[in-house]
Structures are given as C-alpha cells and as structure tokens.
Design a protein around this ligand. Structure first.
Ligand code: F6P
Length: 329
C-alpha cells in the first residue's frame, strides 16, 4: 500500500477491460459515497481511451438513478493500446491534472490494474482498484464483480441443455468464458452436475473423460454434460469433441455460451459486492491510501497492493473439480 498526504476534493471513476455485471453498482457507490463525503466525482468514459482522449464529465447523484440493476457499464469500457505507452499515460495524466482530478477509482481486471499502478508510479496519481471481471481470476480477492452473475447465466443455459441432452440421450460439451482461468468452468460445472470439467491447467484429460462417460453408461446413464473453459482461444470445445470422437467413436454436441455470460442484470451478490467495494475504495482514498485493490477474504474486505495483484497468479480451485467428479457418478 502507498500513502499520499494531499487532501482530495475531486475524484474520477472509470471502467476498463471486459465489462462485467455489477460495474454500474460499483460506479453508483463511488459517486454516492464520494458526494456524501463532499467530493466532486467525475466519470471517465471508455476507460483509458477516455483518459487519453479527455472524455471526462462530472457525475451527479441523479445520474446514478436506475443503474444498480443494469448489466454492462454506463461509462463504457475499452482496452487501450495507446495507454500501454508512456506517452499515452503522460497525455492521460495531463488531462486529469487539467480537470483538477486528484485521485481515481479503477473498476476492471489485472490489465487495468497494471495501468493504474503505472499512473501512480509515473505520475503520482493515487488510484484504488475495484476488481470487476466475470473471470474471477484476480489475485487477492476471493470474488470479483460479475463472476456470480456470469456463473448463474451459464448455469441457466446448462440446465436447458441438460433437458435436451436427456431427451435425446446425448453427450454435450459446453464451453464457458474465463480467459486463461477455470473459475467459471469449475463453479458452473459443480453447480450444473457436469460429468467432467476441463480447465486451462489441464487437470482433466480426454481419456479420463471418456472413461468417466463409459462408467456412467455402464451404470445406466444415457446423457452426459462436459464443461470446458475456453482457455487460450474460444472454440476449444470443438477440439475436444473431435478428440472424443476419434478416441471413442462417441458423438458430442457442442455449445459455446460466449458473450451472453458478460451481460444481464447483476445478481444480489454482485450488487452487494460492488456497492461495498465501491464505497471502500472512496474511503481508502479519503484515508490517503492508494496503489491498492479492494478485495475479499470470505465476507471480509481487504486491501492488496496492486503490484502484488498484477504479478501473482490466482490458482484454480481444484477441490471443486474433484468434488464435481465424485458427485457426477
Ligand atoms: O475478461 C472477460 C472476458 O469475457 C473473458 O472471459 C474472455 O476471454 C474475453 O473477455 C473476451 O474478450 P472480448 O470481449 O474482447 O472478445
């Protein structure tokens, strides 16, 4: 954690990277807590692109009406290549200084936090991060904003697929998002009663999956659902289907859930998490704390240095996968 002594009167809030359900609840909390603490709050549009291109506007209490239940982000978001360069960051810092913005709340994932850390390191602009990504792959927080909603969105789809799989005695492979992580896959696999879960860390093999399916058939099972995280590139499910067909002759139907996992009205859990984290981010800035992320350890809010967050990999919860396998017998 870094500290700063300058008294803040104006703060900025932005969303960056992939959007996630609940980001609006976090923005709302930053604005309403900020104004309640006599701060002026500014919205920076489209993440770092808006910071470089100076798309910054003041936000009022009424601007936060009817946003808590909406998916996506009212401030828009983007991934900015220009901000990756020192010149781009210098331009952004100059715009923030010109607007009189003293400190920032960054709502996003580890890529966004790397940018936030650079703003503090290079331009002494205090930033506090709030983890907003459906992937739940951020070190230092048990949960990220949007994860619970994405898992429930995927689960709804998997329950529907199970209806048709059972009706046709079919094998399905369902692909979920998660970038290079397996959190969505492991959680939705356990909740969806999947027979097998493939994650990027390769705990499960095609051979193991085939054996597991055959054991099920021997016990009278007529349909099975396998879950796979997208891993390096979307479409991994088709590779798995090909491999299973070649190695076992079994036909598998493929369903890739895609970007529907990014949208939708946030669950109560995500709205509460986002509201708590947004409020805590403003409180930290008012205490002169920065270069940190607000995270969770169970129900407890914690602060974690951004440098540690961006340099540490968060491990997949293997126990969930082993339990799912055991329960799918
Ligand atoms: O990080 C969120 C996420 O949805 C990942 O799960 C996925 O791999 C990626 O973003 C998709 O990115 P894009 O929307 O740019 O295709």
């Amino acid at each position: 954690m870094a500290t700063f002594s300058k008294k803040i009167s104006k703060i900025g809030v932005y969303t960056s990277g992939g959007d996630a359900p609940g980001m609006n609840a976090a923005i709302r909390a930053v604005v309403r807590v900020g104004i309640a603490q006599k701060l002026e709050v500014f919205g920076i549009h489209s993440g770092y692109i808006g910071m470089v291109d100076n798309i910054i506007q003041p936000l009022q209490l009424r601007d936060m009406a009817n946003v808590i239940q909406r998916g996506g982000t009212i401030l828009k978001t983007a991934r900015s290549t220009e901000f990756m360069k020192p010149e781009g960051r210098a331009k952004a810092a100059a715009n923030l200084k010109a607007a009189g913005i003293d400190a920032l709340v960054c709502i996003g994932g580890d890529g966004s936090f790397r940018g936030a850390h650079a703003l503090w390191e290079e331009h002494q602009i205090p930033v506090v991060g709030v983890p907003g990504t459906i992937d739940n792959d951020i070190y230092g927080s048990d949960k990220t904003i949007g994860f619970d909603t994405a898992v429930n969105t995927a689960l709804e789809a998997i329950d529907r697929i199970r209806d048709t799989a059972a009706s046709h005695d079919r094998l399905f492979i369902v692909e979920v998002m998660g970038r290079n992580s397996g959190f969505i896959a492991s959680h939705v696999g356990l909740a969806g009663g999947a027979e097998e879960i493939f994650t990027p860390d390769g705990l499960t093999t095609v051979e193991k999956a085939i054996d597991h399916i055959k054991e099920g058939i021997a016990r009278g099972k007529t349909s099975s659902i396998l879950i796979t995280a997208e891993g390096q590139k979307p479409g991994r499910a088709y590779d798995l289907a090909d491999s299973i067909r070649k190695k076992s002759g079994m036909d598998a139907k493929v369903s890739i859930l895609g970007h529907q996992q990014r949208g939708g009205s946030p669950t109560a859990a995500d709205r509460i998490l986002a509201s708590r984290m947004g409020a805590a981010a403003v409180d930290s800035l008012l205490k002169g704390q920065c270069d940190i992320m607000i995270g969770t350890e169970g129900e407890r809010l914690v602060t974690v240095p951004l440098d540690l967050v961006t340099k540490t990999e968060k491990k997949t919860q293997i126990d969930l996968i082993s339990l799912a396998n055991l329960l799918a017998t």
